[in-house]
Design a protein around this ligand. Structure first.
Ligand code: MN
Length: 329
């Protein structure tokens, strides 16, 4: 996935306060991916008042039932990333992933694909024409400052741990849940889990009190910590919770994300996560100037296929304050 908003805002994300247990809705907003192609996704992170949940800094839902549909597949030509990990989690369809560390793999539902950009990587994502229209999630995880300059690498995990109890089945994408630990490489204390609850179930999921959590309902109905949640928006649950009570009538499928509140300032712009305006300017110049040491070519792609970086905003950076606790529920 690439952030192809035509004029993406530059956002300085301030260190997180600890809000305690809250229940706040953050709406999904429809964002065009590649203006020419006219493909839309629903984005729930980052939000103006909630830049991160743990180290999760970006959360897109593609091919959702409610997003504006076009004929074009959400194919993404070669584009760069720095300072983050991309997590690709499809429900329907198959995606061919190629990157500048030599990966050329097909991504299938039920398999986690994790690309760690470190100081620089480029990749492309194309949907298989003979598969149903793609539906799934892509999220980004910010790398901590002491790991932001590591070498890029790619992981595919086809056998993820599953926590099962009566009424609930949770696939652990990254991090640990109830003693089930994903093999995916994490650089901060974090959790991401795909959770399915059976119709009529009432279940309780143990949580880490030091983590903050949020969930997004993909399908069905669910009441989480007493708050009924429709499909689409992000429900932010804050931290200092030891458990999460979940109830459903028709059954539910949702993604649970969480982690230790990320206490570093981040500057996010386009496909880059940096520490400063200068980090972003340098990465943009390295991409535009074909710095092959930082962003090597991807086998099978011509230079003409590269997505050009949008123009940098002319205004000086302004901090984007996190305002958890304001009325939004
Ligand atoms: Mn991408």
């Amino acid at each position: 996935m690439s952030d192809l908003e035509l004029h993406p805002d530059e956002a300085l994300c301030e260190p997180s306060p600890c809000p305690g247990p809250v229940a706040e809705f953050y709406p999904a907003r429809e964002v065009p991916l590649g203006g020419v192609r006219g493909v839309f996704v629903e984005r729930v992170l980052p939000q103006r008042d909630l830049p991160t949940v743990g180290a999760w800094c970006f959360f897109d839902h593609f091919g959702s039932p409610t997003v504006t549909k076009t004929d074009a597949p959400p194919d993404i030509d070669p584009h760069p990333h720095i300072g983050l990990q991309t997590v690709t989690w499809p429900f329907v369809g198959r995606i061919r992933h190629r990157d500048s560390v030599g990966s050329d793999v097909e991504i299938h539902p039920g398999q986690l694909n994790l690309m760690t950009s470190g100081r620089g990587v480029a990749h492309s994502e194309y949907y298989a024409a003979d598969a149903p229209a793609g539906h799934g999630l892509q999220l980004w995880i910010a790398l901590p400052g002491n790991r932001a300059q590591i070498d890029a690498h790619f992981e595919q995990h086809r056998d993820l741990p599953v926590y099962q109890a009566p009424g609930i089945r949770a696939t652990v994408l990254i991090g640990s849940l109830v003693g089930h630990t994903s093999p995916a490489t994490a650089y901060t204390p974090i959790i991401g889990a795909d959770v399915v609850i059976e119709p009529g179930a009432e279940v309780t999921l143990p949580l880490e009190p030091g983590f903050e959590y949020a969930l997004m309902l993909i399908e069905g109905d669910v009441t989480a910590a007493g708050t009924e949640l429709p499909p689409g928006p992000l429900l932010y649950l804050g931290n200092e919770r030891t458990e999460l009570r979940l109830e459903t009538t028709a059954g539910a499928h949702f993604l649970l994300i969480g982690g230790e509140p990320f206490d570093e300032e981040l500057v996010m712009w386009w496909n880059f996560v940096g520490r400063s305006h200068e980090d972003i300017v340098t990465a943009r110049n390295d991409w535009e100037n074909h710095n092959l040491e930082r962003f090597p070519d991807i086998a099978g792609h011509s230079p003409e296929q590269r997505i050009p970086a949008p123009p940098l905003p002319g205004l000086h950076l302004k901090p984007r304050k996190r305002r958890v606790g304001s009325a939004r529920s």
